[in-house]
Design a protein. Structure first.
Length: 120
């Protein structure tokens, strides 16, 4: 089943893992929404620079360090995703607890590896 995914911390820079993740998610035909600091397009996905009230988000995959995540806690919880993926470098026990209390699953994993191994 394809999962509607929000890439939080999306980048236009092709060497960034968030950029690679957007491309790879689209390769696997997942619907992708993206939020980043700079407006632009990756693959066929527009990077939004304002937080939009997306509906039906299954997965939020994080590419923000723990300190930068703090400003987005309420936003992410408000989206009511099925899960949040903490990619390498984004691990955040404080946020894990917030997600648990909100009945949102989380994984400490790499989106790219999950896709490549069929575990996404």
């Amino acid at each position: 089943m394809k999962k509607k995914t929000l890439v939080l911390g999306a980048s236009l820079k092709t060497e960034r893992y968030s950029n690679i993740a957007v491309n790879r998610l689209r390769t696997y035909n997942h619907e992708v929404k993206a939020f980043g600091l700079r407006e632009g397009t990756v693959s066929d996905v527009i990077i939004d620079t304002e937080l939009l009230p997306y509906q039906g988000i299954d997965t939020v995959t994080l590419y923000l360090n723990p300190k930068r995540q703090e400003a987005y806690y309420d936003y992410i919880v408000g989206l009511k995703p099925e899960r949040v993926i903490f990619n390498p470098g984004t691990e955040n026990p404080k946020f894990y607890n917030i997600l648990k209390k909100s009945n949102i699953d989380y994984e400490v994993a790499c989106t790219l590896v999950l896709l490549a191994t069929g575990q996404y």
